[in-house]
Design a protein around this ligand. Structure first.
Ligand code: GLU
Length: 307
């Protein structure tokens, strides 16, 4: 079997918070426990929301917790040419979309229980003449046409996942109207370019995975193994968010050692029984994917004492 290559791929739109760290931790432990390599990629495609200083801070924060990676971190904002090449490979599946946000909202039926919406295909069949005319007024986004196809894969934690692309999302954006490359495209291109074999990330991204698998197929790229981990909740069962400023790493490091923070997270994910300080190498030894629950997990109350 080939070597495992794992990665953590944060979008640095703000300070690192515990949800990010949990993701990094599990991706790291899984790769290292298998004796594999681990990579870091800064997903700063949206360079206005993710300025370089934030990406640099993420790197410092992860280093402060003891994480290490085997190559220089990859910055998506510097890889425009690679995404451009991927888009030209896909050209026969692409079309320009001139829909405004308001038009999209009006034409889309919200998807069941999800924030994902299904594109109605409004611009799918525009004539060359219509495209020329519309281009005079508005720069288009670029969409990828999806077939009536069911994508099936087995997630390392969530089990078998099936999704019909046409019904679940419809044609999706691979380049935004402001020129930014789509997240789905960049992720699959970069994972393949770095030889990533295992993607460990939050369960909130599970719904994007069928689109990514489809892109891999079109581009002839290998599909990595996916492990979508449950999300972190506070002791009241609420999802952690960037607004939970007290759970930002800078604040946490004023109150706890890195080993204590790792212990809180490892305990939340059932890797250890008590929220006690523990080092990364010790966690690598005791990591077992089978111990990680499928449902969202709560942080130990001790973390919140004194807040
Ligand atoms: N950049 C994405 C995020 O921070 C994660 C992408 C991925 O792991 O594939 O939510």
């Amino acid at each position: 079997m080939s070597e495992t290559v794992g990665r953590f791929a944060p979008s640095p739109s703000g300070p690192v918070h515990l949800g990010n760290i949990a993701c990094c931790l599990l991706a790291y432990l899984s790769a290292r426990h298998q004796g594999g390599r681990f990579l870091l990629r800064i997903e700063d495609l949206d360079h206005l929301r993710c300025p370089p200083a934030y990406g640099e801070q993420v790197i410092r924060d992860l280093e402060a917790l003891g994480f290490d990676w085997d190559e220089e971190p990859l910055w998506q904002s510097r890889r425009g040419k690679v995404y451009e090449d991927a888009l030209s490979q896909l050209s026969s599946h692409l079309y320009p979309c001139f829909c405004t946000r308001a038009e999209l909202m009006a034409s889309q039926a919200p998807n069941l229980g999800d924030t994902q919406t299904v594109y109605a295909g409004t611009c799918r069949h525009l004539t060359q003449e219509e495209i020329r005319e519309k281009s005079l007024h508005r720069s288009p986004a670029i969409r990828l046409r999806v077939p009536d196809l069911e994508i099936v894969f087995t997630d390392g934690l969530q089990g078998e996942v099936r999704e019909n692309l046409e019904q679940a999302c419809g044609d999706f954006i691979v380049r935004r109207s402001d020129g930014l490359f789509g997240y789905q495209l960049a992720v699959v291109v970069d994972d393949a370019a770095s030889g990533v074999t295992e993607v460990v990330r939050g369960r909130d991204i599970l719904s994007a995975t069928p689109r990514q698998i489809y892109l891999c197929r079109l581009l002839g790229l290998p599909v990595p193994r996916y492990i979508h981990i449950p999300l972190l909740l506070d002791p009241h069962g609420r999802r952690l968010a960037k607004r939970d400023r007290d759970l930002g790493l800078d604040r946490l490091l004023q109150r706890f050692t890195p080993e204590q923070i790792l212990g809180f997270l490892a305990c939340a994910y059932h890797l250890i029984k008590k929220p006690e300080a523990i080092s990364l190498p010790e966690l690598v030894d005791c990591f077992d994917l089978n111990n990680i629950p499928r449902e969202d997990v709560s942080l130990p109350a001790g973390l919140f004492e004194g807040l």
